[in-house]
Design a protein around this ligand. Structure first.
Ligand SMILES: Nc1ncnc2c1ncn2[C@@H]1O[C@H](COP(=O)(O)OP(=O)(O)OP(=O)(O)O)[C@@H](O)[C@H]1O
Length: 403
């Protein structure tokens, strides 16, 4: 649909991205003024490697047009509420994941009155030449392409991306206290990044689960036919989730040591059927209930994880939930690093919100010490870097809404 409207991906090996993208972050003076928010650039430091090197946005929320270059490890976006800082993170997330992290309550992605949204970026991957990513949404149709198409041939384009991001945003409590399906998705995304084959196993399992459920709904006579492959795939998923969890848990517990309220906290995985039971015998014991309910009641589709923080203690405050989710992400990143995976880019949306200064600094130090690229936002009208003040290799962009 976009073949005629948008230029074909350029050959990035020749460095032609430099011509294609308007590189703006070159001087300490205000370097960019587009329509929509204005970005004023300040610099100090070194060139990161690997990382997102440039970003071009057209018609995303209140950003009509934005070109920026990123040549430091940390990029800090400052500005007033509603200036468009989170929308820049959203643009990067769209490139990486092909979907937004904001719910429908945030309204349409495309700037009011504009026909489409387009985001383009150049990513310097470790061990590869530069990779160009593009996301385009026009009406209800969204498309993403990656050039060169390193991984597309596997059919896992929605999961596999050379650009990996992890977001610390608002509503951390939703992950901890919301529907288990959110936590399964979170877990599986992370398992997948340890072992890419997990995506295929997961797809096969989902197909067999749907067939088994259909068999249950049609009276249960046929469901036994599916049980063999259901159990084999279920155990295969569980093994991988459990293996990831064992490593994840160790890193999480180590990270908790720096946070007194998390002393003794643990990260538990529930596989979706009782400990000490075979899945087959569990399903046999649930046969009547499954017939009555019309779907499968045990297995990986009932799995979950939880952060257990000691006896008699229930629930996290908003700030505590944010710390816990940040530590879950940091621990997952350590697992991925231990497995030699592509470094993630941290997207930290208003890290300081809901945290006292000590906690915010401690958390920032944990993210900063990973050595990965960080794109962070901060509410500030005066360009005050706050907890990011002492950061080496920092670029600051001040976002102002001109309209
Ligand atoms: N489709 C749209 N067209 C035009 N403007 C939009 C559209 N959708 C959202 N907006 C506006 O874009 C802005 C998005 O702000 P964003 O959340 O990125 O700001 P922010 O700088 O992160 O603010 P905060 O600090 O409050 O989180 C808001 O002012 C919102 O009203």
């Amino acid at each position: 649909m976009h073949g005629r409207e948008y230029p074909d991906p350029v050959d990035l090996k020749s460095g032609s991205d430099m011509e294609h993208f308007n590189i703006v972050a070159e001087s300490p003076s205000p370097a960019f003024q587009g329509s929509g928010p204005m970005f004023h650039v300040e610099h100090s430091g070194l060139t990161p490697d690997p990382g997102l090197r440039s970003l071009r946005i057209k018609s995303l929320r209140n950003i009509r047009q934005l070109d920026l270059a990123i040549d430091t490890r940390t990029l800090l976006l400052t500005g007033a509420n509603g200036a468009g800082k989170t929308s820049v993170l959203e643009a990067i997330y769209l490139l990486a994941r092909g979907r937004t992290f904001r719910g429908t309550k945030s309204g349409p992605l495309t700037t009011q009155g504009e026909p489409y949204t387009r985001v383009e970026g150049v990513y310097q991957a470790s061990g590869y030449d530069r990779i160009r990513l593009r996301y385009v949404k026009e009406g209800a149709t969204a498309a993403r392409d990656i050039h060169p198409p390193l991984w597309m041939e596997t059919g896992d384009a929605d999961w596999r991306s050379p650009l990996q991001v992890k977001l610390i945003g608002e509503n951390a409590q939703i992950l901890l206290e919301g529907d288990p399906s959110l936590r399964r998705r979170f877990l599986d995304w992370n398992v997948f990044h340890v072992e890419h084959r997990f995506a295929q196993i997961h797809r096969d399992f989902t197909r067999v689960l749907m067939q088994r459920n259909a068999a249950i709904r049609s009276g249960g006579g046929q469901q036994g036919l599916w049980d063999r492959s259901f159990i084999a795939l279920a155990e295969s998923i569980d093994r991988r989730r459990a293996a990831f969890h064992a490593e994840w848990r160790a890193y999480f517990r180590a990270l908790c040591d720096d946070y007194p309220f998390l002393q003794g906290a643990d990260l538990r995985y529930r596989r979706g059927w009782p400990d000490g039971w075979e899945l087959g015998e569990t399903l046999a014991s649930l046969a009547d209930q499954e017939l009555a309910r019309g779907y499968t009641l045990a297995g990986p589709s009932r799995a979950d994880f939880c952060v257990d923080w000691g006896e008699g203690r229930r629930g996290f405050s908003r700030g505590q939930a944010k710390i816990v989710v940040a530590l879950l992400q940091l621990a997952a990143e350590r697992v991925h690093r231990a497995h030699g995976r592509e470094p993630v880019i941290w997207l930290l949306d208003d890290l300081e919100a809901e945290l006292d200064r000590t906690m915010a600094e401690r958390l920032w130090s944990a993210f900063g010490s990973t050595g990965n690229q960080v794109i962070a936002t901060r509410v500030a009208n005066d360009g005050d870097p706050g907890i990011f003040g002492g950061t080496e290799s920092l670029t600051m962009f001040h976002v102002e809404h001109s309209g």
